[in-house]
Design a protein around this ligand. Structure first.
Ligand SMILES: *Cc1c(COP(=O)(O)O)cnc(C)c1O
Length: 371
């Protein structure tokens, strides 16, 4: 347990993050590009970036140039690839701070090159082709022309080539095999044309673990390195551990007589004398205003009752008679033998674990442990 003065906080184990990177390297036999977009999936961008490089990351992936900017501003110098959305306006920054960007269409490529030429530099780029995600990237049929264009643009240095899977976390759809077939066919054309860049990559977490043929020169996992299953169908193997715990405290303990409504809207009414607690967590922290939530207190599950408020919610302590003011409460993590994972919460909320951790708001203090 970390002793602190907070009422509601995240404990983030950077040592576990580094071990997960090592585990991923071991399993895939490839260099790893940890994807740390969206504030490192809620875990804290700069702290996780630093840990990633210490833990052996070859390069870190972010979604936006602004994220690369935040990492550099903290004095972190490791390699960074912006996976999407780079614009010619970003060229002065990416040139001076040695950040690589992805190019996903010819127009942007020309604009980026022109700006680089004006500044007398070469931007390091990875070309993205679309093999079936139908989001970013040049359709793979036009991939060779795109790569030729990039190689001919004077302001660009083409270092990498990649694609992205739509359904790697569903193991038996055939979609990933299909995307892989299109990508490897394309890579053959690229090789014949003598244009193979130094790094080819495609695998997110699920593909890294479950589709060995997708590993190519480097893997690109995000969620797995946080110790979270990509999907119930694509669980992590042994040896990965969760990085984040979410904790709060009992800030009030009381008994309420029968027939009383609890919290906004009185959506729960006591049926007998009930022992209840107030915990210092609400929807403004990323807890969802839905029924069916539960937390751990003294190693036992306590159901949330009534509406979740912005800063607090109420839990039933009827089954935890020894619960006391100030007790530590776990929303994500372990207490004694019991455990609540981001996945469990996601299932309750009808979403994915990614959204649960990305939804942890800036108000939550993040307390780092690194050993
Ligand atoms: C987010 C992202 C990843 C990582 O995905 P996970 O499922 O978290 O492993 C990899 N590549 C791209 C392009 C991404 O956007």
């Amino acid at each position: 347990m970390i002793i602190n003065e907070h009422t509601d906080w995240l404990e983030i184990d950077l040592g576990a993050y580094k071990k997960n990177i090592q585990k991923m390297k071991e399993i895939t036999g490839r260099p790893v590009m940890p994807v740390i977009k969206a504030n490192a999936y809620g875990h804290g961008l700069a702290e996780v970036a630093r840990a990633a490089f210490q833990g052996g990351a070859a390069i870190c992936g972010v979604a936006r140039t602004e994220e690369a900017f935040r990492i550099r501003r903290k004095g972190i110098r490791g390699k960074i690839l912006v996976l999407g959305g780079a614009m010619p306006e970003h060229v002065p920054f990416v040139l001076s701070e040695d950040v690589s960007i992805s190019l996903t269409d010819p127009e942007t490529a020309k604009g980026v090159s022109a700006e680089a030429v004006r500044l007398k530099g070469k931007v390091h780029v990875h070309a993205k082709v679309d093999t079936g995600m139908n989001r970013l990237g040049v359709p793979v049929e036009k991939g060779l022309d795109f790569l030729k264009l990039l190689n001919n643009l004077p302001g660009l240095q083409v270092d990498g080539l990649f694609t992205h899977f739509a359904r790697a976390d569903e193991l038996n759809t055939g979609t990933t095999e299909n995307q892989l077939m299109r990508f490897t066919g394309f890579l053959d054309e690229v090789r014949l044309a003598g244009l193979t860049p130094s790094v080819v990559h495609s695998a997110n977490s699920a593909a890294s673990l479950y589709f060995p043929a997708a590993r190519f020169d480097m893997v690109r996992p995000g969620i797995a390195l946080f110790g979270i299953n990509p999907a119930p169908e694509a669980p992590l193997p042994e040896g990965f551990s969760p990085v984040l715990q979410w904790k709060t405290r009992l800030i009030s303990v009381k008994t309420i007589p029968p027939g009383n409504g609890i919290s906004y809207g009185h959506r729960y009414t006591t049926t007998q004398v009930e022992k209840v607690g107030v915990i210092a967590v609400g929807y403004a922290d990323g807890f969802r205003r839905m029924d069916g939530n539960r937390v751990l207190i003294r190693g036992r599950y306590a159901p949330v009752i009534g509406s979740i408020c912005m800063d607090q919610c109420v839990v039933s302590l009827d089954d935890i008679p020894d619960a006391t003011l100030g007790d530590e409460v776990v929303l994500i993590g372990s207490q004694n033998e019991n455990h609540i994972s981001a996945q469990t919460i996601a299932e309750k909320w009808g979403t994915i674990a990614y959204e649960v951790v990305c939804g942890l708001t800036a108000r939550l203090p993040r307390i780092y442990k690194d050993e």
